[in-house]
Design a protein around this ligand. Structure first.
Ligand SMILES: Nc1ncnc2c1ncn2[C@@H]1O[C@H](COP(=O)(O)OP(=O)(O)OP(=O)(O)O)[C@@H](O)[C@H]1O
Ligand SMILES: [Mg+2]
Length: 338
């Protein structure tokens, strides 16, 4: 049975509370643009996102390339400062947590490409020992090497691999090392940014199983970022769907799959080949290109690609509103569309 049925109860206070978070980037202007004095345009990579994660909960975040998933993840992990809004960690603003090192211990980030996030000249053991030393976690060489072994076993790697350099490991093994490195500091939340996108399908499933094991064993909460709804379905208690920097739908995983209300979610789902033809939705597939993020549509950001668009959709940007308990949708036609 997947863990979806046993969602960590809403009785828990949130571990992480993201409130109206926005992150903008200035445009990289060419010399010509600088010379002609054109004002720099601002790209809103994340627009007014609010979401919470409870202890032990896995929140999936999905959406097409460029919709702001990584930028949101980096703001949450404290790697970017938000342009507006705030990230509360256990009720306190992340920016106000004086000891950044202590804060960074509790929120760890894992990236798509472990090859670029691991030092190519450091063995697996050195990589893990470095983290333990940096955080003053385990004193003494013997205790440290025991802890390294324990971490490797926890992520399903044989300790004999500890002397290997990253290039002598497979993609899946490298990702396990980066997971071990994150675990070394005993985090409460792991932001995993497309952690399986670069891996073969069979290895993807193994790594996703590992995340589930870690959640069950250590009660770690996860934000699991992916392009593909299928990847996050079984691991996520709740799923947030992003489009052009905004959350357009947020719901329990089952509700999102069984009764999606946003046309974009429906389009994403209709692209998923279900083994059971009765599960196929009649939604129009996803057509057209993502709008230029430097020049987003007026009104609803999905209006340029939406099969249900009406004039009013282009006139005013819809708010994220409650459709039912725990199910939020940013669409003014959420009750009408089938
Ligand atoms: N450092 C940056 N400077 C300028 N623009 C950026 C920067 N990082 C991201 N962007 C822009 O912000 C938007 C969101 O990017 P982001 O990487 O967060 O999307 P994503 O959903 O993670 O995409 P992908 O699925 O390709 O990883 C994109 O338009 C991107 O070009
Ligand atoms: Mg990304």
């Amino acid at each position: 049975m997947s863990a979806v049925a046993t969602s960590p109860a809403a009785t828990h206070a949130p571990l992480l509370d993201v409130r109206n978070l926005s992150k903008s980037f200035g445009e990289n202007r060419s010399l010509l643009q600088l010379a002609t004095g054109k004002p720099a345009r601002v790209l809103q990579a994340v627009r007014n996102v609010s979401l919470a994660v409870r202890p032990g909960e896995t929140l999936g975040v999905v959406g097409e390339s460029g919709c702001g998933k990584s930028t949101l993840g980096r703001c949450i992990a404290g790697l970017y400062d938000p342009s507006a809004g705030e990230v509360l960690w256990q009720g306190k603003p992340l920016s106000a947590i004086g000891d950044r090192k202590a804060a960074s211990r509790q929120i760890q980030m894992i990236f798509q490409d472990p090859y670029s996030s691991l030092n190519p000249r450091m063995s697996v053991e050195q990589t893990l020992e470095e983290v333990l030393k940096a955080h003053g976690l385990v004193e003494g060489g013997k205790a440290r090497s025991e802890r390294v072994e324990e971490l490797l076993l926890t992520v399903g790697l044989p300790p004999r691999l500890k002397d290997r350099l990253p290039h002598a490991l497979s993609g899946g093994q490298r990702q396990r090392v980066s997971i071990a490195r994150a675990l070394a500091v005993e985090p409460q939340l792991i932001v995993a940014d497309e952690p399986v996108s670069a891996l073969d399908a069979s290895v993807q499933a193994q790594i996703i199983n590992l995340f589930e094991e870690l959640r069950d064993k250590f009660g770690i909460a996860f934000i699991f970022i992916a392009h593909d709804l299928n990847v996050v379905r079984h691991i996520s208690h709740r799923i947030a769907v992003m489009y052009l920097g905004e959350v357009v739908e947020l719901a329990e995983a089952d509700a999102l799959f069984d009764a999606p209300r946003h046309p974009y979610t429906k389009a994403l789902l209709s692209a998923i080949p279900f083994p059971d033809p009765d599960r196929r939705t009649a939604a129009a597939g996803l057509e057209g290109e993502l709008p230029d993020p430097l020049n987003p549509p007026a009104g609803c950001s999905f209006s340029t690609r939406c099969a249900w668009v009406e004039e009013a959709c282009r006139a005013r940007r819809p708010d994220l509103e409650q459709y039912s308990e725990g199910h939020l949708v940013r669409c003014r036609r959420m009750y009408e569309i089938a």
